[in-house]
Unconditional design. Sequence first.
Length: 315
Amino acid sequence: MASSWKKSAALLLVLIVGGIYAYKAEYLAAKKKEEAERGEKKLFSFDEKSVTGLSVTSEDGKIEVVRDKDAWRITSPISADGDPAAIGGVITAALDASYTESVDGNPRDFGLEPAWTRIDFHLGEKSVALLVGSTSPTGASAYVKTDGKILLVPVSLARGVRKNLFQLREKRFFAGTTSEISKFEIWRGKTQISVEKDAGGRWGVTNPAKSEADDGAVHDLLSALVHTRAVAFADDKSDAETGLKNPAAKVSIWNKSAAQTLLLGDETNDKLGTYARLEGGKTTAVIPANFVRGLPQTARELEPKKNDAEQKDHK
């Protein structure tokens, strides 16, 4: 009886293990087939690193971007640094996209002649084009054309590659991270605040007088500086119009690369922004006015806050 039970249990175990193996094998085979089919439906097969430049053409005009070593540079319609995340996003969106089906018909009927947006990916001496047209009736897909074929793709591709000049421009001012900064200064008129990091990594005020600095307050300020982004550009305005001829304030930071100084001019007419430019740079931008208003007026604002007992003793 015991022997019969053991045989049944062993047989059941074999069936279970065999079933799991068969399911796993079938699942992996189906997944491999799906990946192969997806690979066959990829729009492009070039390598991201092989892209030497790209052109984006839309109703707003044509934007030319070229790779400059590890950076991107906009060369037309203006000369400006490119946003590596935005430009890289355009390339990644195109490389990751797969089409769901091929469509027959007149390109004009799908918003492809003329195309709403055309992206030319330059690969050295060669180029490949992606024309992006209208969305499908459901709004979930979009029509594109490449290599002479009209294809239906997820609408996310259209959103990923349709970029205007502002979106492709670099909007950061300071490179690096807060941990790389060793010193910073804030100037307002003749008032100067200088703060430096010592060998032990502690921050201290060095001007107008030496005192301890609150690490939390310094970190918050540096984080705001590093993450400040332009919300608009004012390339058509003169220094006299922006107040940058005689800046009202300036902020300098020292990091691993070098010292950088951000010049701060007048507020915009709506009082929501402040004109700004890196010293020695040519790009005039607008940053949130609240950022400038939040800069410390005195070194005391960066010192550790005293508790009630300390304040009474001080008095």
